[in-house]
Design a binder for this molecule. Structure first.
Ligand SMILES: Cc1ncc(COP(=O)(O)O)c(C=O)c1O
Length: 399
C-alpha cells in the first residue's frame, strides 16, 4: 500500500514552521481542510438549529453531518454519537449519571494503565455512593496488562469496567475484547477510553466490546472536542441531569447547551480528511477509513522500527514493550533528566515533551527515578527526516 507522506504534509500549514512534532499523543497538527471547515461554518450564515432559514438549516446540517461522520468513524449508529467538550468532560458526565444507579456493595473496575480521565471520574463517582473500586494492573517490565488482575478485579458485583484501548503513556493496547467479554459475563457495562487508540487504529466499537467509547478529534487531525459513541439503546438507559426545556431524546440528552457548530464541522472534516488518505478503491466512507488506517499503520510501524533501531544504540530505557502497541514510545534516561532532553531538543525545533501526561497511575506504577518521562509519538505526518532529527538530537544530547 503506497503512502505519500510528502503529499500529506503539504496539507498542514503548520508543518512549514520547521518543528519536528513528536507531540501527537498530546494533540496533532491540523490540515488546512479542517481549519477551512471551521471558518466556513462559523462565518457562513449560522443561527440556532431550525428549519426556517438557511442559517438555521446550516446549524442543523452541521450536527447531522457530525453524527454521520462519527457513526462511520466509530462503527455505531448516528443516534449513538454524542458531542462533548472533551473526553474528560464526557466521562465525568457519564460517570455521574451512571453512579445514580450504584449503591454500596457495587464494584467499579478501573485500570493502572489508564489516563486519569478514565480513572478519577469513576473512582470519585464510586466514592460518592459508597461503591468499591477494584483495579486491573499491568506489568511495568513488559507494559502488558496482567490477566490475573483482570480475573480478580471482575466479580459478580461489578457494575462497570473502565479501560483504555491504548495507553497514551506506553502505547500498550490491552486485550479490550477479552476484558469486555469478562465484564459482560457478569452484566457489567464497559467504558473504553479510545482517545489514544483512535489516533492510530480503525475503530470498531461493537467489535471491541465497548458499550461506551470516547475519543477526541484533536488527537487525529481535528479540532478540540470529545466524541462519545454507543449503541442508542445503551444511551437510552442513562439519565443525565438536564434542563427542563431541553430534549430528553438520545443522543441530545447528553449535550448540554448550544452546540459549537463550527467545531462539529471541523471534526467532520477531520474524518473526511482521514478517509481521503485511502488509496482509491474503497467506496463507503467507513471502508475508506479502514483502508486509510491500514496505510497509516504501515507508515507509522515502519518509522517506529527506524526510531527503535536508533534508540537501541543510545543510553535510554524504552518502556514501551507490549506486543500490541501504538507508535508511542516512553523513554527514561538513566543518570539524566528527561526534562533536560526535552529542553535540549526544543532548542533544535524538535518537540518531544517530557512529563507524565496525566497518566498518573501508570507513571507511578513504573516507579522511575525521574519525575518525567520523554515521550516520542509518531503521527500520520511524521516523516523519516523527523525521525533522523530526533535521533541526531538525542545523540548530541548524550555526547
Ligand atoms: C488516553 C487519553 N485519554 C483521555 C485523554 C483526555 O482527553 P481530553 O483532552 O479530550 O479530555 C487524553 C488526553 O491526552 C488521553 O491521551
Amino acid at each position: 500500500m503506497s503512502y505519500d507522506v510528502a503529499t500529506l504534509r503539504a496539507h498542514f500549514p503548520s508543518l512549514t514552521s520547521g518543528i519536528a512534532h513528536f507531540d501527537g499523543p498530546g494533540g496533532t497538527q491540523t490540515p488546512r481542510e479542517v481549519g477551512a471547515a471551521v471558518a466556513a461554518t462559523l462565518t457562513g450564515p449560522l443561527s440556532n438549529r431550525g428549519t426556517g432559514g438557511l442559517s438555521e438549516r446550516n446549524a442543523d446540517a452541521a450536527v447531522a453531518a457530525f453524527r454521520a461522520a462519527y457513526a462511520d468513524f466509530l462503527g455505531v449508529p448516528a443516534e449513538g454519537v454524542v458531542h462533548g467538550r472533551s473526553a474528560t468532560a464526557l466521562t465525568y458526565d457519564v460517570s455521574r449519571a451512571l453512579a445514580k444507579r450504584w449503591a454500596p456493595g457495587d464494584e467499579i473496575v478501573v485500570s493502572r494503565l489508564d489516563h486519569d480521565a478514565n480513572v478519577r471520574p469513576w473512582t470519585q463517582a464510586a466514592e460518592a455512593v459508597g461503591a468499591t473500586v477494584r483495579w486491573i494492573d499491568f506489568d511495568p517490565a513488559t507494559s502488558e496488562v496482567d490477566p490475573a488482575s483482570v480475573a480478580a478485579a471482575i466479580t459478580p458485583r461489578t457494575r462497570l469496567v473502565a479501560v483504555t484501548a491504548a495507553s497514551n503513556l506506553l502505547g500498550t493496547k490491552p486485550p479490550v475484547r477479552a476484558i469486555a467479554d469478562a465484564a459482560h459475563a457478569v452484566g457489567a457495562l464497559v467504558y473504553v477510553d479510545g482517545v489514544h487508540y483512535a489516533a492510530h487504529e480503525f475503530v470498531d466499537v461493537p467489535a471491541l466490546g465497548a458499550d461506551l467509547f470516547v475519543c477526541s478529534p484533536y488527537k487525529f487531525l481535528g479540532p478540540h472536542c470529545g466524541v462519545l459513541g454507543a449503541a442508542p439503546a445503551v444511551l437510552e438507559e442513562i439519565r443525565p441531569d438536564k434542563l427542563l426545556p431541553s430534549t430528553d431524546a438520545v443522543p441530545e440528552r447528553f449535550e448540554f447547551g448550544t452546540l459549537p457548530y463550527e467545531i462539529l464541522a471541523g471534526a467532520t472534516a477531520a474524518v473526511d480528511f482521514l478517509a481521503g488518505i485511502a488509496p482509491g478503491g474503497a467506496t463507503s466512507r467507513r471502508d475508506r477509513l479502514a483502508t486509510a488506517f491500514a496505510a497509516i499503520d504501515v507508515h507509522e510501524t515502519r518509522l517506529r522500527a527506524v526510531l527503535e533501531g536508533g534508540l537501541a544504540a543510545l543510553p535510554v530505557v524504552v518502556h514501551s514493550r507490549a506486543a500490541e502497541r501504538t507508535p508511542t514510545l516512553l523513554l527514561s534516561l538513566p543518570g539524566r533528566r528527561a526534562w533536560d532532553a526535552y529542553v535540549f531538543l526544543a532548542g533544535r525545533e524538535i518537540l518531544a515533551p517530557a512529563g507524565s501526561f496525566y497518566a498518573y497511575e501508570p507513571f507511578r506504577r513504573l516507579a522511575l527515578d525521574d519525575p518525567h518521562g520523554l515521550r516520542l509519538g509518531l503521527a500520520p505526518y511524521t516523516d523519516e527526516s523527523d525521525v533522523e532529527r530526533v535521533l541526531t538530537g538525542l545523540r548530541d544530547f548524550f555526547s
